[in-house]
Every structure is written in C-alpha cells, then in structure tokens.
Ligand binder design. Structure first.
Ligand SMILES: Nc1ncnc2c1ncn2[C@@H]1O[C@H](COP(=O)(O)OP(=O)(O)OP(=O)(O)O)[C@@H](O)[C@H]1O
Length: 323
C-alpha cells in the first residue's frame, strides 16, 4: 500500500467577499518532503496555510492530513501538525522559555519537547531566559520555530520562516528544515526568496491570484523554465564578443563606459559551440552564469501581470507524488 501523503488538499477554495483568495487549489506533500510555496504578495499563500492549520474555514474543497480528512475544527486530525503563519507572536514581558512553557501547557499534550530542547534546536538556549520584548526580529522568528517544534510534528507549516533574518540565522533555519526533512517530517514553507526555495525544496508550487499555476520538482523546473541566457566573463571580452557576433549567439549590452556585458543566448548546443570557439582562440572563461536563475525566470513568466489572463499552465503532478 502506498504511504499516506502528509498533506493533500483538493480543490481548496477560500473567498473573502468577491475576492477568491484561494481558488480550487490542489496540493500534495509526501512525508519527509520539503515543499515550497511561491507567489507574489497577496497570491493566497498565508490563506492556504491558515486553512491547513485549521485557523480558517475553507468555502469549498477538502484537506487530508496523513490520509485522514481534516475539517476546520478537527483538532485531533491536526495532532501531528505544527507551524505558524505570519510572524509568530509572544508575550513580550515573559522570557522565551516561559512563553514556550505556556504554549506547551496550552497544547495540553504529554509528548511535547521540553522548552529547553526546542530552544536548543534553534540555537537560542543561551538566550532563553531573556524577555521576548528584547529579542531581535531574528530571535523572535527562531523562537517561533522553536514553538512549532514543541510538538513532535510530522508536518510543519512555516510562513516565510526566514523573513527578516540575517544570512547566518537564515542558514540556521534552512539547516533545521533540512534536518526535519531527513527525519521524515514534511515541511510546507512559503518564501519570497527564490534561491532559498530552489536550495531547500524538493518540490515547488507557484500560486498566482489564488490558483496553482505550476508545480514540480527541481528537474521539472529546469525543463519548464524559459531558456536561460548566460552572462560570460572572459580573459578577453572584446575578442569573445567578436566571436559571439560571428556565431550569432550573443548580445552585448553596454555596462559602463568602454566596457560591456556578453550575454549568450541560444540552446545548450549553441552555447557549447561558443565556449569551444573561445577555447580554440585561447580565450579563458572566467565566469559563466545564468542571467536569471531558472526558478526566478519561471516564476516571472507565470506571474507577471501580462500573463494574468492566461496563468493556467498547471502540471497535474499530484498522482506522481501519490504513486
Ligand atoms: N481576513 C481577510 N479578509 C479579507 N481579505 C483577506 C483576508 N485575508 C487575506 N485577504 C486577501 O486575500 C488575498 C490573499 O492574501 P494572503 O495573505 O493569503 O496572500 P499571501 O500570498 O500570503 O501574500 P504575502 O506574500 O503578501 O504574505 C489578498 O488579496 C488579501 O488581501
């Protein structure tokens, strides 16, 4: 028998008056998988997460958690789910540790982690006795993660978990997400940071105006992304430009007075031809990188306003995950 999905939503829909914030959204997350939600501001990510956490009732559609239907008020169905939406909130006049103690008591379960253990997981053990009111944004964010980790959850839902964090703290959180996933915990996270999503997520769902416009894994992403152009830096840009013009694979854009950027277009074969031609002429390539990373290129192509009338390029890959 196939393993139950950690989360499945089917045609999940939420309206606020005339606005359809989440529109017939299908989502499937396998145990141990890290699933990224990408969307512009107001795309519907937080609304979707609120419904999954049982904080908001859908107008239509269904949510299943670990193979079991989870209606809005069903606390038992969410016993293995933890997380936060928007920024986590705490009593500012209490310590981080005390806040966690209260949350664990409110949860009323016997199997929660100790506040110390949760604080240690997010590298806050040495600061746990300080008042939350004196915490930096990054510390509050990590305390939110610690609160989510009090429960031995098997699905963790995190709304922009690295927002406002400096690079080192953001890395701590990403490492923690990786560690959760390798222990079999499924993670659903939203972020506006494309490189973060590309780095840590096994699968990505792009939402535009409430609807899923794309879903897939890293390999599918590379296949679906618009053909990238590459910027090239060489040991002799002038000569490299001349070769690029001869092969008709490049455009040059002036950068500053007397300098230019070589952007190589075309498919892989044409790019290879250019690289080999440079080698033949004794020109070294010092750097070659995509002008726009694939995820960003795909995201822009699917969610830019000019595409708003035709966003429905859904890949229906739910069955693949379930299989
Ligand atoms: N309680 C509410 N009442 C009315 N409209 C709401 C409510 N909550 C959200 N919305 C609207 O629903 C849409 C989706 O909002 P949501 O917060 O889910 O977007 P988001 O993708 O999380 O955005 P962001 O990236 O800015 O956090 C927005 O147009 C928002 O204004």
């Amino acid at each position: 028998m196939p393993e139950d999905l950690a989360l499945e939503t089917r045609a999940l829909t939420k309206r606020f008056g005339e606005l359809i914030a989440v529109n017939a959204l299908d989502l499937a997350i396998a145990p141990g998988s890290v699933h990224g939600l990408l969307g512009r501001n107001g795309a519907g990510k937080t609304t979707l997460m609120r419904m999954i956490l049982g904080l908001l009732s859908p107008d239509a559609g269904a949510i299943e958690l670990f193979g079991r239907s989870a209606t809005p008020g069903d606390v038992d169905a969410r016993a293995r789910v933890a997380g936060f939406v928007e920024e986590p909130r705490f009593y500012p006049y209490l310590s981080g540790r005390r806040n966690l103690e209260l949350l664990a008591r409110l949860d009323g379960r016997a199997d929660t982690r100790s506040p110390e253990e949760a604080l240690e997981l997010v590298d806050l053990d040495s600061r746990g006795r300080e008042k939350v009111g004196n915490f930096s944004t990054g510390m509050r964010q990590r305390l939110g993660l610690a609160a989510a980790l009090l429960r031995p959850a098997e699905l963790v839902v995190l709304d922009e978990p690295t927002i406002g964090l400096d690079p080192a703290n953001a890395r701590t959180v990403r490492t923690l997400i990786g560690a959760l996933s390798s222990r079999g915990v499924a993670v659903l996270l939203s972020s506006h940071n494309m490189s973060e999503i590309a780095e840590i997520c096994d699968r990505v769902t792009i939402i535009h105006e409430g609807s899923r416009v794309w879903e897939g894994d890293q390999a599918e992403l590379l296949a679906a992304a618009p053909a990238p152009s590459y910027r090239v830096w060489t040991s002799d840009d002038d000569q490299a430009s001349a070769i690029a013009r001869r092969l008709e694979v490049a455009v040059e854009t002036p950068r500053r007075a007397a300098t230019h950027t070589i952007t190589v277009q075309g498919d892989e074969g044409e790019r290879d031809g250019f690289v080999l031609a440079l080698a033949q002429e004794g020109i070294a390539i010092r750097r070659l990188e995509p002008d726009v990373p694939p995820l960003e290129a795909l995201f822009t192509s699917l969610t830019s306003p000019r595409d708003a009338d035709q966003p429905a390029q859904n890949t229906d890959t739910t069955e693949e995950i379930a299989a």
